[in-house]
Write a protein that binds this ligand. Structure first.
Ligand code: NDP
Length: 445
């Protein structure tokens, strides 16, 4: 009842912020029993204090294109919650970016970061700037202008951004360069940095690797492995390529990749050469999924459709929010899919989640399954503080352990009476309790 009131008040104060309200609703719904058992959390206003960001910075980002024309985009940083550590979360550059999307991402980030076992608070930022088709020089000028405002609220113990959609190593480089110039210090205020100036090995592929390790843990529960499994992956970016690489290494066959205009179906599955080609296409910054089907003749491009209609054993949505709807979920269930591991943030719509949960298949929400990215960001911060650099094996070993720990936390809090593991519920409760208890310890601030 109390939760219904809180949700109604949130809707009244944030009209039209669909993604934000969807994310908060999903978490609060799964917390009902936990809150009934811990009335002191509700009474101390922790929920209201957690669902509102600590602060939001909005600013204009003027920049000049290669023809001398001036453009103005909007920049944001949502500093959500720093109860267990400094604000931490990626920066997204995409025309769809708005406050609702960044608040949903920042809110999810609080729980994800808590699950990593590392001391990281939650935040998110970005701009409605579209990097597609822009020259290097235009990207650089945009990133520099973006940082002219943002740098004021960043710092290694304050707020540490990273990449997300449309932001990879190149953009982090330009933003960090400007940050360093303005602040006069070379510290680990960004993660996802280049290898030669503070970046960690494995960071670029960490989210996809982590989502695969998480799926591996879920499969183990059923006595299964990736060996011989057919896997659908969506997207074609940072997360998708790491997942494609690790699934292939573990003996799975990745048969799809996708972009906003459709998907590629490759019945032969990806291999090292094809993943290399995928990276080249990605670097070309163009319309990228379709050409894959020209290069590898057995592959076909299916326009305007989602890859979830293909018969697979495992699905890994790695593109964007709400990219897997009810019909897609029904197709997956009908075709005997046994496991979904979310590389992207909130890729399944609420209606899709209902269908998935009803089928009792293995289903990991993004805040658990894709936490490997921020976990290795945390490891990058540790290496920066210690002024040393770990080997690939050391980072990978830690990443695998963190994904196992997150899996165990989900099992501990999400196992139902009939033995089914409700991973979304487990992840929400484990992440929430850690942050809520820290907020209780620290008083009303
Ligand atoms: P990228 O920009 O590198 O890749 C996103 C990919 O998804 C691109 O191939 C893009 O195609 C495609 N895409 C975008 N919109 C759609 C759509 N509507 N339908 C199908 N495909 C689409 O982003 P990331 O890989 O970094 O991020 C992907 C997801 O993972 C996001 O939800 C992000 O928040 C989440 N995430 C990322 C982390 C990271 O470390 N990078 C960490 C944790 C979560 P195109 O380029 O043609 O638009």
């Amino acid at each position: 009842m109390e939760l219904e009131k809180i949700m109604a008040e949130l809707e009244r104060r944030n009209p039209g912020e669909v993604e934000y309200l969807q994310a908060v609703h999903e978490v609060l719904e799964s917390l009902e029993d936990t809150l009934n058992e811990n009335p002191h959390i509700v009474e101390s206003g922790v929920i209201e204090r957690m669902i509102d960001p600590d602060r939001v910075l909005t600013f204009k980002v003027p920049w000049m294109d290669d023809n001398g024309k001036v453009h103005v985009n909007r920049g944001y940083r949502v500093q959500y919650n720093n109860a267990i550590g400094p604000y931490k979360g990626g920066i997204r550059f995409h025309p769809s970016v708005n406050l609702s999307i960044l608040k949903f991402l920042g809110f999810e980030q609080i729980f994800k970061n808590a699950l990593t076992t590392l001391p990281l608070g939650g935040g998110k930022g970005g701009s409605d700037f579209d990097p597609k088709g822009k020259s290097d020089a235009e990207i650089m000028r945009f990133c520099q202008s973006f940082m002219l405002e943002l740098w004021k609220i960043l710092g290694p113990d304050q707020d540490i951004p990273a990449g997300d959609i449309g932001v990879g190593a190149r953009e982090v480089g330009y933003m960090f360069g400007m940050y360093k110039k303005l602040s006069g210090v070379h510290v680990g205020t960004f993660t996802g940095k280049g290898r030669n100036w503070g970046g960690s090995l494995i960071r670029p592929e960490a989210t996809g690797f982590g989502a695969t390790y998480f799926a591996q843990e879920m499969l183990k529960v059923k006595g299964e492995t990736f060996e011989g499994k057919v896997v659908a992956i969506s997207g074609f970016g940072n997360v998708a390529w790491g997942a494609a690489q690790k699934v292939t290494e573990l003996g799975g066959k990745v048969v799809t990749l996708s972009g906003p205009d459709g998907y590629v179906y490759d019945p032969d599955g990806l291999d090292a050469e094809k993943i290399e080609y995928m990276l080249e296409l990605r670097a070309s910054n163009q319309d990228i999924v379709k050409p894959y089907s020209y290069e590898f003749p057995n592959a076909k491009f299916v326009e305007g459709k989602h890859p979830w209609e293909v018969k697979v054993d495992i699905a890994m949505p790695c593109a964007t929010q709400n990219e897997l709807n009810k019909e897609d979920a029904e197709n997956l269930v009908k075709n005997g899919c046994m496991c979904i591991s979310e590389g992207a943030n909130m890729p399944c719509t609420p209606e899709a989640i209902d269908v998935i949960m009803e089928s009792k298949m293995l289903y990991a929400p993004g805040k658990a399954a894709n936490a490997g990215g921020v976990a290795v960001s945390g490891l990058e911060m540790t290496q920066n503080s210690m002024k040393l650099s770990w080997t690939r094996e050391e980072v990978d070993e830690r990443l695998q352990q963190i994904m196992k720990d997150i899996h165990n936390a989900c099992v501990e809090h999400g196992k139902e009476e009939d033995g089914y593991i409700n991973y979304p519920k487990g992840a929400n409760i484990a992440g929430f309790l850690k942050v809520a208890n820290a907020m209780l310890d620290q008083g009303v601030i």
